[in-house]
Design a protein around this ligand. Structure first.
Ligand SMILES: Cc1cc2nc3c(=O)[nH]c(=O)nc-3n(C[C@H](O)[C@H](O)[C@H](O)COP(=O)(O)OP(=O)(O)OC[C@H]3O[C@@H](n4cnc5c(N)ncnc54)[C@H](O)[C@@H]3O)c2cc1C
Length: 435
C-alpha cells in the first residue's frame, strides 16, 4: 500500500501503544457512526521496537496509586482476549528483603481497597513456608515479605503485538511498513499540518506518537523542550530523556524446569535482596542490593535484572541501528543465574546454559521515571511510557477516548505539565526505576 496524501489520524510506530490506539480509536469512531480514517506508519516492522523484545511481564504492584489504577485497567484488556494477545494469566509474585516490606504492605492495602486480588505474607518464616509451597527447592534466606498478585503474568511479546495489529486491521485501521518520519510542518497555531517521511509527505488531522526508545528524536522534530524543571533539584533545569539498558536474557534449559509444585506454570517470580551473590566457583559476584525476575518462556527460561546506566554514548544506538537491541554480556548472566541459583536449587550449575543470542534493549526514561502522556501540540498526542509500557496496553484505549471527545482520567497524572507544577509522583525504595 502506498502512502495517502491525507489522513485524519496518523499514528507513528507499530508497537503496543501505536497499535492499541489504532484498534481502540477505530472501535470508538465506528461506535460514533464515523468511518475510521486511521493510518499507522512504521519504519521497520510490527513489533520491531521495544514491544517485540520485552520480557512481556504484566503486573500491578506499583507503589504509586495512579500507576496501580492504570495497570488494573490494562489488565482488563489483557484478560479480555488472552488468545489473540498471547496472554498467560499466571500471576506475579514479588519476594523482597526488609527495606521493601513497608512498600509491599502499602501496595497490598491499596490492592484490597481497589478490589485487586493479592496475598501478602510477612516475616521470614511465613515467607519461607509460602514460597516452599510453590517452589519445593526455594532456598533464599533473608526474604521478609511476599506480595502475590493472583492476576497479572506475561504475554509472548511479539505474538501479542501481531495480535494487536490483527485487531486494528480488523477494525479498518491501516498499517504501512517502511516510511521513516523525518520531520513535521506546523501552522501558526502550532498544529502539525504535514508529517514528512522518507517516502513522501502526509497531511494530517491528528498525530499520535508511539515511538518507544526513539522518543527523543521525535521530541526534537516536534520542537518540544528538551529540558524540564528538575524534580530532584528545585530551581534547576535538567534533560528530560535519558537511556538505560534493560538487561534481560535466557538460559537454554528445558522450560519445564521452571515448574511449580502442582505441576503448573508458576507465577512470574520477582526477587529483591541484598544477600551477596557468588559464582559456582565461589567468586563474589555482587554485594549490593539486587533485583531480578524470571518466567518460563516458550523454549527457555527468561528473565532480567536491574537496568544499567549506559550514558550519553548509547543515545545513538536505537537511532543508528534502527533497533533497540542491546546485547547483554557475561556480567549480566553471572549475576542473574547466580541469583536464580541462590533462590531455587534447580538452577545450581545452570550458568553454562546462558544463551548467546542478542537480548535486552535500550529504554528511554523520563527524568522522574514516569510516563509522559499528553497533547504536546494541539493536534499531537505523545505516548512516551518511560519504559513501563509493554503491560500498558490500556493507554491506547484511553488515548482513543480523548481523541473521540470522551474523558480519560487515568492519564491525567502523567501530563507533561507535572514538571512545571512540581507534581512528582511518589518514589518507592525499590532497586528498579519502574516501581
Ligand atoms: C529488553 C526490554 C524488556 C522489557 N520488558 C518489559 C516487560 O516485561 N513488561 C513491560 O511492561 N515493559 C517492558 N519493557 C518496556 C516496554 O517494552 C516498552 O515500554 C514498550 O514496549 C514501548 O512501546 P511503544 O509502542 O512505545 O514503542 P516500541 O515498541 O518501541 O515501538 C515503537 C515503534 O516506532 C517505530 N519508529 C520509531 N521511530 C520512527 C520513525 N521516525 N518513523 C517511523 N517509525 C518509527 C519503531 O520502529 C518501533 O517499531 C521492556 C523494554 C525492553 C527494552
Amino acid at each position: 500500500m502506498g502512502l495517502p496524501s491525507h489522513v485524519e489520524y496518523l499514528i507513528i510506530g507499530a508497537g503496543v501503544h501505536g497499535l492499541s490506539t489504532a484498534y481502540h480509536l477505530a472501535k470508538y469512531l465506528r461506535a460514533q457512526g464515523r468511518q475510521p480514517d486511521i493510518l499507522v506508519i512504521e519504519k521497520t516492522g510490527i513489533a520491531a521496537g521495544a514491544s517485540g523484545v520485552a520480557c512481556g511481564n504484566v503486573r500491578c504492584n506499583y507503589f504509586q496509586e495512579p500507576m496501580t489504577r492504570l495497570m488494573m485497567h490494562c489488565m482488563d484488556i489483557w484478560e479480555a482476549d488472552p488468545d489473540l494477545l498471547a496472554y498467560n494469566s499466571v500471576g506475579y509474585l514479588t519476594a523482597s528483603f526488609a527495606p521493601m516490606r513497608p512498600g509491599l504492605e502499602a501496595i497490598h492495602q491499596r490492592h484490597q481497597s481497589l478490589g485487586y486480588p493479592s496475598t501478602l505474607v510477612v516475616g521470614p518464616q511465613a515467607v519461607n513456608r509460602y514460597l516452599k509451597g510453590i517452589f519445593w527447592d526455594w532456598q533464599a534466606e533473608g526474604i521478609e515479605a511476599v506480595l502475590h498478585e493472583h492476576r497479572g503474568g506475561y504475554a509472548w511479546s511479539r505474538q501479542a503485538i501481531h495480535g494487536l495489529a490483527i485487531k486494528a486491521e480488523n477494525r479498518d485501521a491501516r498499517i504501512v511498513i517502511g516510511p521513516t518520519v523525518t520531520g513535521f510542518q506546523f501552522n501558526t497555531a502550532g498544529e502539525v499540518t504535514t508529517v514528512e517521511t522518507d517516502l513522501g509527505n502526509i497531511q494530517v488531522g491528528h498525530v499520535i506518537v508511539g515511538v518507544g526508545p526513539w522518543i527523543d528524536q521525535l521530541w526534537q522534530m516536534l520542537e518540544l523542550p528538551g529540558e524540564v524543571p528538575d524534580p530532584h533539584h528545585p530551581g534547576q533545569l535538567t534533560r528530560l530523556w535519558r537511556y538505560l539498558a534493560l538487561q534481560e536474557g535466557e538460559i537454554d534449559v528445558n522450560p519445564y524446569l521452571h515448574i511449580s509444585n502442582d505441576g503448573r506454570r508458576p507465577p512470574v517470580l520477582h526477587v529483591d535482596s541484598d544477600v551477596p551473590l557468588y559464582s559456582e566457583a565461589g567468586r563474589l559476584i555482587w554485594d549490593k542490593p539486587w533485583g531480578i525476575y524470571v518466567k518460563r518462556d516458550k523454549h527457555t527460561v527468561q528473565g532480567g535484572a536491574v537496568p544499567k546506566e549506559v550514558g550519553d554514548d548509547c543515545r545513538l544506538e536505537p537511532y543508528g541501528s534502527r533497533s533497540p537491541y542491546y546485547c547483554v554480556g557475561d556480567d549480566f548472566y553471572d549475576l542473574w543465574v547466580a541469583s536464580l541459583a541462590h533462590c531455587l536449587k534447580r538452577y545450581e550449575g545452570a550458568r553454562r546454559f546462558a544463551s548467546r543470542r542478542p537480548s535486552g534493549g535500550v529504554g528511554a526514561f523520563s527524568v522522574d521515571n514516569f510516563p509522559v502522556f499528553d497533547f504536546m501540540r494541539p493536534n499531537v498526542y505523545v505516548i512516551a511510557d518511560s519504559n513501563h509500557g509493554f503491560k500498558m496496553i490500556g493507554v491506547g484505549e484511553q488515548v482513543a477516548r480523548l481523541l473521540t471527545g470522551q474523558r480519560a482520567d487515568l492519564l491525567e497524572p502523567f501530563r507533561f505539565q507535572r514538571f512545571a507544577e512540581a507534581k512528582a509522583l511518589p518514589k518507592s525504595n525499590a532497586p528498579f526505576p519502574w516501581m
